[in-house]
Each structure stands twice: as structure tokens, then as C-alpha cells.
Write a protein that binds this ligand. Structure first.
Ligand code: FES
Ligand code: FE
Length: 424
């Protein structure tokens, strides 16, 4: 494939452009699989999903089937879901609790720590056949940050801690929402498809510039429900916030909450009856974290992108969302709600309500975004004539002055993408 410049990044002119071919060409996806998905740390799951020994989830991560499980010895692991005999998926269930995994093809059996424990007719093998060498294969790198587990297929990747860089601060803000520091992925998963390039969702997940026009129906609904969504001139977001780079391609936007958020700010959407509970949650936060941090935890929303494809929306619910390309024009998205382990049934119900009715694939926000991104994908079929997209919003300002409606955070994603894609 001919070498092409993917990005124009000219700070003197305040100009940032992305070549649209990178959103439509299958060759680019082939390169991305090698240079991004085979290299970066990718989100696998949360510790609460494998709480008991034997708990497992099967997932597709970076194009590979994975078993995410806690062994009977208590250790959390990620195995390639492929039989060491002839390759079959060893576990075909989505989730469960198992002491062992038996391959259905010829019934080799592996315990939940990965050891090969039974081979039918083993006497037919020669003396070099060693069960100890034929256990389930662990992924090359596997680690967690405060219960968020990631893997990398690159043996020589930097540590997860180094990789996450400034994103850790924003994971901390989520963990701090729990009085015990324990979080739980709440049962129930949202899965849906979008006919768009996966990078469009990385952009969209923290693009506040689109919110007022794209989600106008929702904002009108909030206004009708008496929520203060004073629309300033130019149809920008109701309350301004800021955008920030967090290193290694991660970035986030943070803004004052206007539609209520879990813990301490359910009002006004959730009514008077929750008042006492909200005050109580707020007191606990202030006692534990101090007034300033409690304010930050309770009063602001954050959309965090951990490069390349993990989005945590810390908003009117807390959602963990990851997505992988199927083709250059098709992605699969999975999202979970996460919250403090011990929250009250009422708070839990509200969290799930927002997860469903705002972030869900049939909610107020996501169908608008699916529509927007699919329409982008359709529009850029013209990429050979109309080659460049513009992401230069706010580029003439200093980094510390970037608003959530500017595009610094989008540029952060693209700069890292470009760096990885152009590296030999
Ligand atoms: Fe699994 Fe043969 S492929 S036992
Ligand atoms: Fe949106």
C-alpha cells in the first residue's frame, strides 16, 4: 500500500486534519490489528465479574477468544480460549462457574487454573507427550489497576501502570465513589453493532461538540422535566467543562453535571423522595474524601477514553464500554454498568435506569450516536474526492484552556493512533 500521510497537525496554522481513507480502507484495519490491537493494553473485565473461584466469562478481546476466570487457587487469569490439542474453543458458554473446562471435540479437560488434567486414551501417545506443557495458554501480558483487568498480546509492552499514565487519576475518581472502595459490574450487558469505523466511536465518546445538535430531543425532554439546561448561544453544551490529554493517547472531558448523577447528585431528575438518601451519601463522601474531592466526585461528569477502545462514562450512571472492529465499517460494542458494591436498592435502580434509558442502545443518547456515526460512514464514501476531516477546534488555544466542546481530546487520540501506525 502506498505510504500516505494520515494526519496534518500544524499548530502554527491551528490546523488538524485526518485523512478519511483511514476510516474506510480495509488495509488500514489490517495495519491497526498489528500495530494497535496487538500492541496496546486492552480491557478484559472487572474483578467483580469473577468474584468466586471458578467464575468465568468468555470474551472476544482484540480479535481473540478469551476465558477470563478465577481459578480454584483464587488467582484471576486470562486464557486463550483455544484447545491445545487441535484448536477448538474450549469453553463455549458466555459465563458460569466451573472447576474445569472440557473441550467438546475430543474431551481433553483443563482445570480452572489452566492445567491439562485429563486426556482420553492417553496411552496412545508417545513418551514425549507431556500434559504439563499442554495446559491452556495464558495471554502474554495480564494485569489490573484497582480491579480493572487488561491484557496485552505484546510481551514487551510497557507495564499497565505506565501505560495508563494520567488515566489512573480518573479511574481513582470512580473507585472513590464507593465507601469501601469496592465496585461491582452489575449483571446485564448491553451489546450492539454499529455500521461505522471503530475510531468514530472513540471520537464520539468524548465529543461534547455534538451533544446539543445530535441529542436535542433529550435536552428538550430535560427542559420539559424542569432541569436547568439553559442553552447558551451557538447551541453548545449547557454547562461548560474542559478537555484534557492524559498521556499515551488517553484523554477525557469533565463538566459540571446538569442531569443528575449517581451518588449525591441524583436530584433533580429523581425527585424529592430521594433527598435524605442523597444527603446521607454526600455526608459520607465529604467525611471520607474531604469537601473538595467530594465535590469533584459528586458534582462533575467525566467521559474518559483509555486508548484505544475503552470508554468510561462517569455521568448519570457509570458505564464501562469497549468496542472492536469487525470490518473497517462495522464494530461490535459491549457496555456494562458499574457501581459501589453496597449501594441501596433505590440507588442501584436509578443507576440502572440511567444505564438503560440514557446510555443504552435503546436509550436517549445511544440511538442518536449510532445514527450520527453510521451517517458519517455513509458520507465518507466520498473520501477520494473529499479527502480530509477537520478536527482543529480550539487548536489556537493553550492546552489548559481547552473546553469540553473543543477537540484537543480527539486530537490526542489521533496523534497516538498516528504515532503507532507510522512506527515501523
Ligand atoms: Fe480439543 Fe481435540 S481439539 S480435545
Ligand atoms: Fe452522543
Amino acid at each position: 500500500m502506498e505510504a500516505r500521510q494520515y494526519i496534518i497537525d500544524d499548530s502554527d496554522k491551528g490546523m488538524f486534519k485526518v485523512h478519511r481513507s483511514v476510516l474506510v480502507q480495509p488495509e488500514i484495519l489490517t495495519q491497526e490489528r498489528k500495530k494497535i490491537f496487538d500492541r496496546c493494553w486492552l480491557y478484559v473485565g472487572h474483578v467483580s465479574e469473577v468474584k468466586q473461584p471458578g467464575d468465568f466469562k468468555t470474551r472476544n478481546v482484540g480479535g481473540r477468544p478469551i476465558i477470563f476466570t478465577r481459578g480454584s487457587d483464587g488467582e484471576v487469569r486470562a486464557f486463550l480460549n483455544s484447545c491445545t490439542h487441535r484448536g477448538t474453543l474450549v469453553c463455549r458458554e458466555r459465563q458460569g462457574n466451573a472447576k474445569s473446562f472440557q473441550c467438546f471435540y475430543h474431551a481433553w479437560t483443563f482445570n480452572n487454573c489452566g492445567e491439562l488434567v485429563a486426556v482420553p486414551g492417553q496411552d496412545a501417545y508417545g513418551q514425549n507427550f507431556d500434559k504439563r506443557e499442554l495446559g491452556l495458554r495464558s495471554v502474554p501480558r495480564f494485569d489490573h489497576y484497582k480491579g480493572f483487568y487488561f491484557l496485552s498480546f505484546d510481551k514487551s509492552a510497557v507495564s499497565l501502570d505506565e501505560y495508563l499514565a494520567g488515566a489512573k487519576e480518573y479511574l481513582d475518581l470512580i473507585v472513590d465513589q464507593s465507601p469501601t472502595g469496592e465496585l461491582q459490574i452489575i449483571q446485564g450487558t448491553q451489546e450492539y453493532d454499529m455500521l461505522g469505523n471503530w475510531k468514530l466511536l472513540s471520537e464520539n465518546s468524548f465529543d461534547d461538540y455534538h451533544v446539543a445538535p445530535t441529542h436535542i430531543t433529550y435536552l428538550e425532554y430535560l427542559k420539559d422535566s424542569g432541569v436547568d439546561v439553559s442553552m447558551p448561544k451557538g447551541l453548545l453544551m449547557p454547562k461548560h467543562g474542559f478537555g484534557k490529554s492524559l498521556g499515551n493517547g488517553h484523554a477525557m472531558i469533565e463538566n459540571e453535571t446538569y442531569r443528575g448523577r449517581p451518588i449525591a447528585r441524583w436530584m433533580p431528575m429523581y425527585g424529592e423522595e430521594a433527598k435524605e438518601e442523597i444527603a446521607q451519601i454526600r455526608r459520607e463522601l465529604t467525611q471520607r474524601l474531604g469537601e473538595q474531592r467530594a465535590m469533584r466526585v459528586a458534582e462533575t461528569n467525566r467521559n474518559l477514553l483509555i486508548f484505544p477502545n475503552l470508554v468510561i462514562n462517569d455521568g448519570s450512571s457509570v458505564t464501562v464500554r469497549t468496542y472492536f472492529p469487525v470490518t473497517e465499517k462495522h464494530m461490535k460494542i459491549t457496555a456494562w454498568a458499574i457501581g459501589p458494591t453496597d449501594e441501596s436498592p433505590r440507588a442501584r435502580a436509578r443507576r440502572l435506569d440511567s444505564f438503560l434509558t440514557f446510555y443504552g442502545p435503546g436509550g436517549f443518547a445511544t440511538p442518536d450516536d449510532v445514527e450520527a456515526l453510521e451517517v458519517v460512514q455513509q458520507g465518507i464514501a466520498t473520501w477520494q474526492e473529499l479527502e480530509w476531516s477537520d478536527l482543529s477546534r480550539g487548536m489556537m488555544k493553550k492546552d489548559e484552556d481547552q473546553l469540553n466542546t473543543d477537540e484537543l481530546h480527539l486530537r490526542t487520540f489521533w496523534r497516538r493512533w498516528n504515532e503507532l501506525m507510522t512506527k515501523e
